[in-house]
Every structure is written in C-alpha cells, then in structure tokens.
Design a protein around this ligand. Structure first.
Ligand SMILES: [Zn+2]
Length: 312
C-alpha cells in the first residue's frame, strides 16, 4: 500500500496551501531516499527583478531547484551558496538557499550572445559551479563541480558519483513559470545488505526516474508523479517543507559595507556621487541611500552603529 488515500489527500491539501516546498520520500524496501522540490512564487519573484532571456531564466530556475534539494540533503543550519561561472554568454548564476528555506538568486548574461534554444554547454562553456556551505556553527565547506555535462542535473549527478558522498542523482527542469527538481540518494546499507541487491535496487529506482518526461516533472503534483514512477514500490511521502523568496539585504548591512570602506573612502564616494551614496541590492533591487549626514553618523563615535531607519 504505497499510497494510502488518506495520506495522499492530506499532502495534497498541504500542497494547495504552500506554493513552494520541498518534500522527502523514502522507499520502504530499500536504502534509498528521495526529495522533490516545487518552486513557483519564489521563482517568479526572482524573475520579476530582472528581465532575463528565457534560456537564462530556465538555467536559473534549475539552479534554484538544485539549491533547495541540496539544502535538505546536507542537513545543516546556515546558508548554501551555488555560484556558477563561465567565460560564455552567462558569466554568473548565483543562488542562495538558507536552511530556513529562504531563496534568492541572480544571473548575469551577455544578451547578444544568447541563442534561442541554448542549453548549459552553449551558455556556460568550460564553466564551474562552486558549492559553498556556510554553517551557523562549524567550518565552511566548498566543493567545485565542473559544468561539462549536457545539463546542470548531469553535472551535479557526476560530481556526487565521483566524490566520496553517497551516490546521488538529480533531475531538474524549469520553464520560466515553475522550477522543479527530483533527487534520489542511496543511504548507508541497512535494509539491503547484499551489495548486488543494493546496486540492483538503486539502478531500478534511478532508471525509472530517468523515464520521467520534462512535462511530467513540471506539471504533475508529487503524489501523482511518484505514483506514475513507483506504483510498485512501497514508499512514504513526508510532509512538505515551505520554501520562499526572501532577500537578506538590509539598510544596516549596506551601512556596514560603507563603514568597512573606511571614513576617507566613504566620504570620497559621497563627493563623487553628488552627496548621496546609493547601494543597490542586486537580488531584490532594493535601494539604500546614504547622504552626508548619514555617513557622518556612521563614523561618529567609532562608526560601528548603523541607523535603523529605512529611507530609500
Ligand atoms: Zn535585497
């Protein structure tokens, strides 16, 4: 009984209340876990801040879904930053996802170099993806993923296959409206101790996921999608976890950035910019303006205190 109707109904009603969420599932008869990510509003917020060409919007959506999947997989409190760089048409994609489910993202691109149907190899040739885990407590970790696959999902899957991490496979897609992701991960041997049976079950589950069409991943709700793939495998689908767009910028952080320049440079900036230094947040387009009186106040009495008002 993989899908007791009562449980499926409960989860469906949660889905309706929550536009963006991640949701775990666990196979009962093998040591494999999975995760699904559904992004709609947060993805729309990201796209509303900048007019990205469709191929850039798609890549950024895939990276958003990847970040949300990874945050749940890595189990830490803090911030995950995915930063993809290349010398091609898309020099930068950046996504941040906190362990609280706060997402923000930005892309830089050269419009004249973007073709209509360009994928990852065309847009980010010889690219690399830096994956930084910045925990609230403990050491920062960075992994480097080479972007030499046909898709972002392929690149992440081969990174996990070649690293010492648990085997993990990714499926990602985005269409400018919604972004979705699926992850499968092999857990340490517990239910299936025989290495051959373990490998066979992993291959079976991954092969079935590989049959998923883009329109199915984009269009189906999670219970339907899992039923279509795994109706013969008993599995449990857990409660969804909310994800949302939220920018971590603030007037105080912008003020701290000015203070870190030092008084002389901050005053030089003021003179160069007609008496008002404006700091724009690239993630959410919020503007923070500081005039001569603000700057003087920042550096008065040691200069560590930022004014708490929010003038724009
Ligand atoms: Zn912001």
């Amino acid at each position: 009984m993989p899908f007791a109707p009562k449980i499926a109904g409960l989860i469906l009603s949660s889905e309706l209340r929550m536009p963006d969420f991640s949701q775990r599932f666990l196979f009962d008869d093998s040591d494999i876990r999975g995760e699904l990510v559904v992004l709609h509003e947060s993805y729309q917020h990201v796209l509303a801040k900048h007019a990205y060409p469709q191929p850039v919007a798609q890549l950024l959506g895939e990276l958003l879904a990847a970040a949300a999947l990874l945050v749940d997989t890595l189990k830490f409190d803090g911030l995950l930053v995915l930063q993809a760089r290349s010398a091609g048409a898309v020099p930068l994609l950046m996504v941040e996802c906190s362990s609280d489910g706060d997402l923000r993202a930005i892309a830089r691109y050269h419009a004249e170099q973007i073709g209509a149907a360009a994928g990852l190899p065309e847009l980010m040739p010889e690219g690399v993806l830096a994956m930084t885990i910045d925990p609230q407590n403990g050491q920062r970790y960075q992994g480097i993923v080479s972007l030499d696959g046909a898709t972002l999902a392929d690149c992440l899957s081969s990174y996990f296959a070649s690293s010492e991490q648990l085997p993990t496979r990714f499926w990602l897609c985005a269409d400018g409206q919604r972004a979705r992701g699926l992850l499968l991960q092999q857990l340490p041997a517990d239910r299936l101790k025989d290495p051959e049976a373990r490998e066979a079950s992993w291959q079976h589950v991954a092969t079935l996921a590989g049959t998923l069409k883009t329109e199915e991943l984009l269009g189906l709700d999670n219970p339907t999608l899992l039923h279509r793939l795994y109706h013969e495998e008993p599995l449990r689908l857990f409660e969804p976890r909310a994800l949302q767009f939220r920018c971590s910028c603030s007037r105080e952080r912008s003020a701290n950035a000015l203070v870190s320049l030092g008084q002389a440079d901050a005053e030089l900036l003021l003179r160069e910019h007609a008496g008002s230094v404006v700091i724009d947040c690239q993630f959410c387009n919020q503007r923070y303006a500081f005039d001569a009186a603000d700057v003087a106040q920042l550096f008065a009495g040691g200069g560590s205190e930022a004014p708490s008002d929010t003038r724009h």
